[in-house]
Design a protein around this ligand. Sequence first.
Ligand code: MV4
Length: 448
Amino acid sequence: MFNKLMIANRGEIAVRIIRACRELNIRTVIVYSTADAESLAVKLADEAICIGAPPPSESYLLIERLLTVADLCEVDAIHPGYGFLSENPYFAEACRRHGIAFVGPTSEAMKALGDKAVARDTMKAAGVPITPGSDGLIANEKQALAMAYKLEFPVIIKAVAGGGGRGMRICRNDEEVIQGFHSAKTEAEKAFGNGDLYMEKFLVNPRHIEVQILADNYGNVIHLGERDCSVQRRNQKLLEETPSPAVSQKLREKLGSAAVKAAKAAKYTSAGTIEFLLDANDNFYFMEMNTRIQVEHPVTEMLTGIDLVKAQIAIAAGEKLSIRQKDVQFRGHAIECRINAEDPERNFAPCPGKLKLFVPAGGPNVRMDTHAYTGYTIPPYYDSLIGKLIVWGHDRAEALAVCNRAVSEVVVDGVKTTIPFQQKLLKHKNFIEGKYDTGFVERILQEK
Ligand code: MV4
C-alpha cells in the first residue's frame, strides 16, 4: 500500500479522499489555491501546500506544478477526485513519467473513452447496445442531413471530445441540422480544441441510469448496481438514488453484464461508471463511460457497504479485488440530495458567500459529505456544492421518509440553497411514485 498520497482537488471530495487515506493509514498532502486556504481539507490533511491563484487554470489545472509538489513531498500516489484533471490522460501520463501512481485508469483507457466516437465503436464491437447513429464522424452539412434522414428526426449532434452534455445540439428539422452542425463544431473547437462531430437518434425524455464498476489490474471486473440520475437540470444532477425505481432485478442483471462487458472492452482499470439511457420499453443504450470517482458514489456505498474510494486506492496500489460479483449484496435503498449554494427561485444562479451558520443533518441512516462549517465562505471560483446528504432506508418509502426528515434538519444561514427545491421534489406525487425521467425537473418547474 502507499505511504503518502496527494489530493489534486478541493471541496467535499478532497475531504472524502483524506478520510479514506486515514483509514488506510496513508499520509495525505493537499494542494490548495489561495481561495481555499480556510478549507476543511487543508485543516484535515497531514500536509497542505498552496499552489496558486483561485482560477483553476492558475492552480488545480497546472500539471507541472502539481508534479513538482508531488516530487518534493515524495508522494507515491495522486488522487485527482472529480472534475479538474481527473479525466485528463496527459496528467495520468505525467504521473507515470514521475513514477507516481495515478488513482484512476491508464491514460490509454482514458484517451479511448474520452473520444466518444471511438468509445461508441468499441462498445458496438463488444456487443454493448448503442443508440442508432453515425458510424464515425459527420464531416459536413450534406452528410449531417443524409444521416438525419436515415435516423429520422429528432437527432442529436455530439462532439467526440464532449461529454456530460457539453457540445450537443438537438435537431428536429433540416434547418436545425445545418445550424447545429456549424454551431456545435465552433463550440467544440473552442471548448475542446477538437471540432469533430457525430450524430445519434435523439431519445426523448429517457431515464439516465448509470452502473458503477470496479476493475483491478488482473482482469477482474465487477458491477455494483445502478444509480438513477434522471433528476437533473441542464446536465446538473440534483438528486440520485439506487436502486432505480425503473429497474427490475432482471434488467439490473442485463445492465450490470453490459457494464462489465463495456469495462473489459475498454481494458479499463479502477472505479468507473458506464452511463446508459433507458427508454420506456426497457431498452438501454451506452452513452459514455466516466473514468473518475463520481459525485454520487456514496449511494452505491450505502447499498453495498463497499468503500469505493478505498477500493480505487487499493487497485492503484496493485491489489486484487477482494470481492467477487457473487459477494456483492444490495441492501435497501439510498438517496442523495446535492445541496448547492444556488437560488432555485432565480434559475439556480450560484450564491457564493459566507455561511453564518451551518448545521449538517445527522441521526440514524444519514451521511453528510461536506467541506462546509459555520464561518466558512463558499468561494465563487468553483462549483457551488455545499454538501451531499445521503440517506438509507430498508425500502424506498423509508428512504424517502429519512430524506424528508434529514433535509429539513440542515441549516444553512447566509446563502441560498437547493434545499427548498429538494423538499418540493420529495413531496411531488410523481417522484414519490418513482415516475420521473430526464425531463421531469423542467416540467415540475413549470407547475404553478
Ligand atoms: C442523449 C440524449 C438523448 N438521445 N443522446 C446528456 C449527457 C450525456 N452523457 C448524454 N446526454 C444525452 N444524450 C441521445 N441520443 C439525452 C441526453 C440527456 C440530456 C441531453 C440534453 C440535456 C439534458 C439531458 C439530460 C439527460 C440526458
